[in-house]
Design a binder for this molecule. Structure first.
Ligand code: FAD
Length: 495
């Protein structure tokens, strides 16, 4: 039986995106997906609507996948109930485009892809599946991962399927996480969230958009699509009961403080604000990414973005490890970099819950946040956090590479389509071309239209700036940074 370089459990967006990254880097990849059919009504609009933020949009653009998604073009008027100038929210409190000071984001160049977009799970997964298949990924649907074993040389899934590495991208209830013994720690839920599609007999009794009430929150995105937050300690969701029309109506009435009537319930699902994170992202040859590694409430729409970020970070590191071209500890940098990012998102979701509780002290805080979000600094801070764009005077190393544009119109994002690292040399330093060649890195010489005061940058395959120079390049410094992330060509071994 064929031994795959990497087996991935779960063909959700994170498993698919990771598979694309690995296959782009010439790994053989098998995805096992428990669902026989890729689509469910919950992946279609309006249930399947997902907000994409800047790092995800950049990642998709860097792999040439952004243009394949056209849902945002069709979505313009779908959420007309909300303010057209609302750019995002924190705990349901909106911040507006015209309040955001984009000059704070000094590494975002004009002409960069958007800071936020609407996507649809079904479309995203369709696009990623097509790309994965085109790159040679094998996807077996209707096959659930039920057991995993590993030794020093590889993994064995379900007792029979061999691989060198296994990545659990199998969502919140990850079998891989449990079977491989990963720790999972966090905080218990405070509410049950409902997403329902229903005919409302007297919908005018509800307010359009998002309404926080003394009992919880409801959000009418369209006449027949409503989200509700009921602070029941997560009890209803935890009991795994089906949502009946009577129950949905009783909850909606209590939260909205109206006697609104649901005439027909078409579709309903529940979720909570349970916030848990794996205590490690790697146990030997088994890794976790996406919801398998972290769960939290969907408030502020960050889970998918967090998972796509995991995949972008892990893909090139795992591929280099598979090919024997990774420096020591490269794979461990995945958890070292991503666990703090995940922890921050969990705290962001907890902070929103804290000010939404139906309690006087939370209401008081809520009003203070409302005032803060109306200020320029407030809107800029919240937009930066929600969209994942760091502000202020920080070094470019560690951030996403600015989308520099060269004289012929080529952008850095376009140069990253092949998934290779880049050495950008704005001053034509011949030694940099030689160095790039010795590490198999793509050398890009030439001056962009805007340099942002930089002279050279080393960009990892995931688009993160590993090193940057503002003046004459210190070759010793660059060599040490190259050795941190890559192995020279002569040292490659492909065992
Ligand atoms: C109401 C709601 C709104 C949301 N809105 C946003 C938003 O606006 N922005 C955002 O960023 N995030 C949002 N999220 C979160 C986002 O949907 C998830 O974080 C994202 O889907 C995680 O992707 P994933 O691939 O890790 O997991 P999943 O999408 O859960 O995919 C996991 C896959 O693994 C498969 N699987 C499970 N078990 C097994 C097994 N044993 N063997 C094989 N396959 C298995 C599943 O069938 C599934 O296909 C929202 C979530 C909810 C509930």
């Amino acid at each position: 039986m064929k031994t795959y370089d990497v087996i991935i459990s779960g063909a959700g967006p994170v498993g698919l995106f990771l598979a694309c990254e690995l296959a782009l880097a010439a790994c053989s990849v098998l995805i096992l997906e428990q669902a026989a059919e890729p689509q469910t009504p919950f992946k279609l609009l309006p249930f399947g609507v997902r907000g994409l933020s800047a790092p995800s949009i950049e990642a998709l653009d860097r792999r040439g996948l952004l243009d394949a998604l056209d849902i945002h073009k069709r979505m313009k008027n779908l959420f007309a109930a909300g303010s057209p100038r609302q750019a995002g929210h924190f705990a349901g409190l909106g911040f507006r485009h015209d309040e955001i000071d984009e000059t704070q984001w000094k590494y975002r160049l004009p002409g960069s892809p958007p800071t936020h977009l609407i996507s649809e799970m079904a479309e995203l997964e369709t696009v990623l599946t097509a790309r994965a298949l085109a790159l040679g990924v094998e996807i077996r649907r209707g096959v659930a991962v039920t057991g995993v074993a590993q030794d020093a040389d590889g993994v064995r899934v379900n007792g029979t399927i061999p691989g060198r590495w296994l990545v659990g991208c199998d969502g919140a209830r990850s079998v891989v996480r449990k079977a491989a013994g990963f720790g999972f720690a966090g905080t218990e839920p405070e509410f049950t969230g409902y997403t329902i599609k229903a005919d409302i007999a007297d919908g005018a009794k509800l307010r359009p958009g998002r309404t926080v009430t003394s009992a919880g929150m409801y959000f009418q995105t369209q006449a027949d699509h409503i989200l509700i937050q009921d602070f029941d300690g997560g009890a209803f969701h935890g009991a795994k009961q089906p949502v009946t029309l009577e129950h949905a109506q009783a909850v909606l009435r209590r939260i909205s403080g109206t006697d609104v009537q649901i005439a027909a319930l078409h579709l309903a699902t529940t979720w909570t604000d349970r916030a848990y994170q794996a205590t490690s992202y790697r146990e030997g040859r088994i890794l976790l990414a996406g919801d398998a590694a972290h769960i939290h409430s969907p408030l502020g729409g960050q889970g998918l973005n967090l998972g796509l970020g995991d995949a972008m970070n892990l893909g090139w590191k795992l591929a280099a490890t598979v090919h024997g071209t990774a420096p020591d500890n490269l794979l461990d940098s995945y958890a070292a970099e991503r666990i703090p990012v995940g922890a921050k998102v969990l705290d962001w979701s907890r902070a929103q819950v804290a000010i939404m509780r139906p309690r006087p002290e939370s209401r008081a805080l809520y009003e203070i946040f409302r005032d803060l979000l109306k200020t320029k600094d407030g809107a800029t801070y919240f937009a930066g956090r929600v969209w994942g764009i760091p502000a202020g005077d920080r070094p470019v190393a560690g951030l996403s590479v600015p989308n520099f544009e060269f004289a012929d119109g080529t952008r850095v994002n376009h140069l990253m389509r092949g998934g290779r690292a880049l050495l950008l040399d704005f001053d034509g330093d011949a030694a940099l071309r030689t160095l790039a060649g010795s590490y198999g890195i793509k050398y890009v010489g030439g001056r962009p239209t805007e340099t942002l005061g930089l002279t050279a940058l080393l960009v990892r395959p995931d688009g993160v700036v590993a090193w940057a120079a503002h003046a004459v390049v210190d070759h010793t410094e660059l060599k040490s940074e190259l050795a941190r992330w890559f192995v020279p060509h002569s040292a490659h071994n492909n065992d």
